[in-house]
Design a protein around this ligand. Structure first.
Ligand code: URA
Length: 263
């Protein structure tokens, strides 16, 4: 038994974090959700490698699935309601290949909300956002401006891990966005810190590069008309690969700290 655990740990360390079947599969193809599920029948079929476009510009996203998600989310009066509704939601096929629904974590009264892209392998295993290598770097980044992850509210655009950590399709983003937006309405943060381009493009509804989005505040206006300043910056996973950008990330963290002191 010990031996098996050691072997599995060896594979994990080597980056093999998924069990594959004998026959190859297309990780971009959605898992088939249960037949009797009404919402899943109306879910969009993801299209691979769609060129970047703002989410609202996409004509091919499934309007019915998104409307369904919006209606469900509006019924959630508390974060616990929303968590349960997210876990029950069958309209995004990613749910059927993921091990856990990774809902937001942290202080429900947080002033700072952090938004990443999607759970990775560690998050999928442990059911909590940013607990892997990126999460450890994120903790250090927060500590550098005297914040703790418990003080913040940390979530992702998607609550389910895309197979093999592939970039989420625009359809997957669109159908999960109402759950993120409702979390924002319920938390009412004073500032949103967005980690990486995918999350920034999804929330701000644009297709701009992270280099052009980072470094300055951009207002996000909720459906209820609440205006919240957002600051986008590099994703910690990118910083782990590109240490040369850490100075810009540090400048963004100082901007965040300064803005918080003004509020
Ligand atoms: N990357 C993300 O964007 N989110 C996580 O939760 C983990 C890694």
């Amino acid at each position: 038994m010990d031996n098996i655990e050691q072997i599995l740990n060896w594979y994990l360390t080597a980056g093999v974090d998924e069990i594959c079947a004998d026959t190859p599969c297309d990780a971009l193809k959605p898992a088939v959700p249960p037949q009797n599920n009404v919402s899943s029948n109306s879910a969009a079929v993801p299209t691979a490698n769609v060129a970047r476009q703002a989410v609202s510009d996409l004509s091919q996203i499934n309007v019915v699935a998104c409307k369904n998600a919006e209606e469900i989310c509006q019924k959630a009066q508390t974060l616990d309601d929303l968590r349960a509704m997210t876990e029950d939601f069958d309209g995004c096929s990613l749910k059927f290949s993921a091990n856990s629904t990774v809902f937001g974590y942290g202080n429900p009264q947080a002033e700072v909300m952090l938004i990443g892209e999607a759970p990775g392998a560690d998050e999928d295993r442990l059911g909590e956002p940013f607990v892997g290598r990126s999460g450890h770097l994120l903790d250090k980044m927060l500590a550098a401006i005297e914040l703790k992850r418990e003080d913040c509210y940390i979530t992702n655009i998607l609550p389910w891990r895309p197979p093999g950590n592939r970039t989420p399709t625009s359809e997957e983003v669109a159908v999960c966005l109402p759950f993120l937006k409702r979390q924002i309405e319920l938390i009412k943060p004073k500032i949103i810190f967005i980690l990486g381009r995918s999350a920034a493009n999804a929330l701000l509804d644009n297709a701009d590069s992270i280099s052009s989005l980072r470094g300055h505040f951009i207002d996000y206006t909720s459906a209820q008309g609440t205006v919240i300043p957002t600051l986008s910056s590099f994703h910690p996973a990118y910083l782990l690969r590109t240490a040369s950008q850490k100075s810009k990330s540090w400048a963004d963290l100082l901007r965040l700290k300064h803005k918080l002191s003004e509020l």
